[in-house]
Design a protein around this ligand. Structure first.
Ligand SMILES: *[C@@H]1O[C@H](CO)[C@@H](O)[C@H](O)[C@H]1NC(C)=O
Ligand SMILES: *[C@@H]1O[C@H](CO)[C@@H](O)[C@H](O)[C@H]1NC(C)=O
Ligand SMILES: *[C@@H]1O[C@H](CO)[C@@H](O)[C@H](O)[C@H]1NC(C)=O
Ligand SMILES: *[C@@H]1O[C@H](CO)[C@@H](O)[C@H](O)[C@H]1NC(C)=O
Ligand SMILES: *[C@@H]1O[C@H](CO)[C@@H](O)[C@H](O)[C@H]1NC(C)=O
Ligand SMILES: *[C@@H]1O[C@H](CO)[C@@H](O)[C@H](O)[C@H]1NC(C)=O
Ligand SMILES: *[C@@H]1O[C@H](CO)[C@@H](O)[C@H](O)[C@H]1NC(C)=O
Ligand SMILES: *[C@@H]1O[C@H](CO)[C@@H](O)[C@H](O)[C@H]1NC(C)=O
Ligand SMILES: *[C@@H]1O[C@H](CO)[C@@H](O)[C@H](O)[C@H]1NC(C)=O
Ligand SMILES: *[C@@H]1O[C@H](CO)[C@@H](O)[C@H](O)[C@H]1NC(C)=O
Length: 659
């Protein structure tokens, strides 16, 4: 009993600490990356060499003090163009080190893309095979918002618009070395609105004006009424806040960087009045401040006792231009979803997932949805649940099932997803007749899609999500038979996710589980890689989980795959309906699958390498050694999720065959 309490406390504490760390990281790491996936270079290509050279020499010229760097190296078609731009108030040394950081980060996040853009708080960097200088680019946009609403929105917007218009004019006329402007204006209720705008200085005045104008026009779509926002284009950006976030001194020796301290009407006869107003205003704001502080403090104390509610004012949210940004816009009433699913009728039931029943539904606007009715209380408070859902909803990738919304009423927790037409992968690959619909090209694309979805979860999304239950029935197929991973991030909804750790609570499905996870509860991105390896082998063989039917003999899929590999009889593994397809590609996939199921975690590739291996046939693969064999002797390999195996870990270890 008391042990439970202690554990509970510990968990709660970890939870709070992690949330706070998360929030903190979100607010200070305001960086965003856009990798352009339309064109890639291959390893050791001339393009890569040019890129590395261009990046490393970008900031070499230390005489540049105006914060704009450009570099072009190589000849078409391998020419690389790079530009780096620092915010106008950043000192040259800080500028160079910001750009150095951005170079390191962008190469990690966009390892093989020919063009990419990264925005940091103090600088931005772009590279591409096309000429960048003097070319206006507003094709991709990103934004970051402070999710808090401005009070007195109408007046706020009016003042903001005036400020932004003025900044646009000032920045675009800035000259050929710097197109940057900062200023402030008085907003409603004693606040001051601060803003900056900047273009890359190579643009013409006209181009800069148009770019900033486009950025301003985004505000109603992304950031209406928010107290702070950044709109980021490759060629220009803007930012406003209700606190001072920039330095007045613009680094370059340009005419009189004015102290922008709020409003100043310089009429001497007004001065006394202004002083009086100012004094009254300061006293009033002081009183308000004290009151607010007391309130906040009291509420904190109350909250700690009951429900931990993370501080929200510092959170920055990021997104594409048309993205939802608050939990409210995602929340649906229980009634609406009940109606959409015909009161969760038996006819609408799509199946039983690991976390509850799934129903098909239709919203009143005609949109098809899939609704998951969560089976068990997650033990999370409402606010945490909302936060988690919001984070998951922001994970958007072609190969992930999109979370559209949620409902939370009493103990009912529903998740609403896009409806994916062609059910799940297991319905195809394990069905002797339907299997024929999936030729090798299709299967190869499915494997690649799953790999990219998983890579996004592991690396490209800010959250670093470990799926922990990847399997054929969690891969859905859309109308064009593109794979979409479902049920990702569920672990976050039920317990705080960590990037790596030990857990006594094992979730997952036997047959797909990495041995270190099944036995010791140790999970990491590499345990997902293991499940992915099993999945590849299943897709190629068309055989279910770990039981491989070879004539009359039943043995587990992994050991059979390994033996065929070792004996050079891989062709016998392959699903007979695939005959006539490229044997070489298929064997290469088996090879990759075997690498993913290596017993030693360090021998398994990351998903980034897997994606690379799948896309470049010329890449030499390491030789796999004997994989981990994990066989569960009891009859039901499809164990339900969230069983607690703490007490039986020793039991499990004994089921691991080691040969
Ligand atoms: C380029 O590589 C990325 C992964 O690094 C991949 O998502 C994308 O599809 C690739 N694009 C092309 C055209 O191959
Ligand atoms: C603003 O100026 C101060 C003092 O010079 C400096 O410490 C700080 O780093 C500057 N901030 C930025 C963003 O450059
Ligand atoms: C940035 O990197 C370049 C080349 O790697 C190096 O010469 C320079 O000293 C670095 N600058 C800073 C400020 O870190
Ligand atoms: C840039 O790369 C893309 C894709 O490889 C290619 O279509 C385009 O022609 C290239 N542009 C230049 C200027 O080399
Ligand atoms: C912000 O305002 C919108 C409507 O203008 C409202 O729906 C939303 O609840 C508000 N959000 C916050 C955090 O106050
Ligand atoms: C680009 O860089 C070169 C040398 O590195 C410099 O001479 C040129 O002025 C730069 N162009 C712009 C627009 O800054
Ligand atoms: C800031 O705005 C005020 C009022 O519009 C203007 O008079 C002032 O020149 C601006 N300052 C700068 C540095 O542009
Ligand atoms: C997938 O779904 C689409 C649309 O519902 C359908 O036309 C197509 O035949 C399905 N494909 C397979 C292989 O069942
Ligand atoms: C997990 O547990 C193992 C031993 O049980 C220990 O060696 C390891 O350091 C632990 N890892 C973490 C992240 O706690
Ligand atoms: C795993 O294989 C066994 C034996 O072929 C089968 O009975 C069981 O239903 C399979 N489970 C899944 C989830 O495919």
């Amino acid at each position: 009993m008391s042990m439970w309490k202690v554990t509970c406390r510990k968990l709660t504490l970890t939870f709070i600490v992690t949330i706070i760390i998360n929030l903190f990281t979100l607010s200070i790491c305001q960086d965003l990356t856009r990798c352009n996936n339309n064109a890639n270079f291959s390893i050791n290509s001339p393009y890569q060499r040019n890129l590395n050279d261009a990046l490393s020499s970008l900031t070499a010229d230390t005489s540049i003090r105006y914060g704009f760097y450009n570099q072009s190296l190589g000849q078409n078609p391998d020419q690389v163009n790079v530009i780096g731009l620092c915010r106008g108030d950043v000192e040259p040394d800080d500028c160079r080190s910001c750009l150095n950081n951005s170079i390191t980060t962008i190469r990690e996040r966009c390892p093989n893309q020919k063009s990419a853009t990264i925005w940091f708080e103090y600088c931005m960097l772009r590279y591409s095979n096309v000429t960048l200088l003097r070319n206006l680019d507003t094709t991709v946009g990103e934004f970051l918002i402070n999710p808090n609403n401005a009070s007195n929105m109408e007046q706020f917007n009016q003042r903001l618009d005036q400020l932004l218009d003025q900044l646009r004019d000032d920045a675009s006329t800035g000259g050929s070395l710097r197109k940057y402007a900062s200023n402030s204006t008085n907003g409603p209720t004693f606040i001051t609105i601060y803003g900056i705008m900047q273009c890359t200085p190579d643009l013409s005045e006209n181009q800069c004006y148009n770019c900033l104008d486009a950025a301003i026009r985004q505000i109603p779509n992304c950031c209406q009424g928010k107290r702070g926002a950044r709109v980021l284009f490759p060629s220009c950006n803007l930012r406003y806040e209700d606190n001072k976030f920039f330095n007045d001194t613009v680094v370059i020796a340009s005419p009189a960087p004015t102290p922008p301290s709020s409003s100043s009407s310089g009429n001497s006869s007004n001065t006394t009045i202004i002083v009086v107003i100012a004094v009254v205003a300061s006293v009033v704001s002081l009183v308000i401040l004290v009151v607010v502080l007391v309130c906040v403090f009291k509420r904190r104390k109350g909250n700690q006792k009951q429900q931990r509610s993370p501080p929200e004012n510092l959170v920055y949210e990021e997104g594409d231009m048309d993205e939802i940004s608050t939990a409210d816009s995602l929340q649906y009433s229980f009634g609406i979803i009940r109606m959409a699913t015909n009161d969760f009728s038996e006819n609408n039931k799509l199946g039983q997932g690991g976390f509850g029943l799934v129903y098909k539904g239709k919203l009143q606007n005609g949109q098809d949805i899939a609704v998951k009715r969560l089976s068990r209380d997650s033990g999370q408070g409402e606010q945490e649940f909302k936060n988690e859902v919001l984070l998951l909803a922001r994970l958007q990738h072609r190969n992930l099932v999109r979370l559209l919304g949620f409902s939370l009423e009493g103990s009912e927790r529903l998740l609403m997803y896009e409806f994916v037409e062609n059910s799940s992968l297991d319905q195809f690959i394990f069905d002797p007749r339907k299997r024929g619909n999936l030729d090798w090209d299709r299967r190869y694309k499915i494997i690649g899609g799953i790999a990219r979805g998983l890579l996004y979860l592991h690396e490209d999304s800010r959250l670093k999500i470990i799926h922990r239950d990847l399997k054929a029935s969690n891969v859905l197929l859309d109308a064009q038979m593109n794979p979409k991973i479902a049920d990702f991030g569920m672990a976050r909804l039920f317990q705080q996710e960590e990037t790596q750790g030990n857990t006594s609570r094992i979730v997952g499905t036997y047959g797909y589980m990495a041995p270190e996870y099944a036995m010791h509860g140790q999970f990491s991105v590499k345990s997902d890689v293991f499940s992915f390896g099993v999945l590849i082998l299943e897709i190629i063989t068309g055989q279910k989980n770990h039981t491989f039917q070879n004539g009359g003999v039943i043995e587990d899929l992994l050991s059979h795959a390994w033996r065929s590999w070792r004996d050079g009889t891989v062709a016998s593994l392959i699903d007979p309906t695939l005959c006539g397809s490229s044997i070489r590609d298929t064997i290469r996939c088996v090879h990759i699958g075997l690498l993913c199921v290596q017993e030693d975690v360090n021998d398994r590739p990351t998903m980034a390498s897997v994606v690379l291996m799948l896309s470049s046939v010329s890449l030499t693969l390491p030789i796999p050694s004997e994989p981990a064999f994990f066989v569960r002797s009891t009859t039901n390999p499809e164990k339900p999720l969230f069983e607690e195996y703490t007490s039986s870990t020793s039991d499990l270890s004994s089921q691991v065959k080691s040969r």
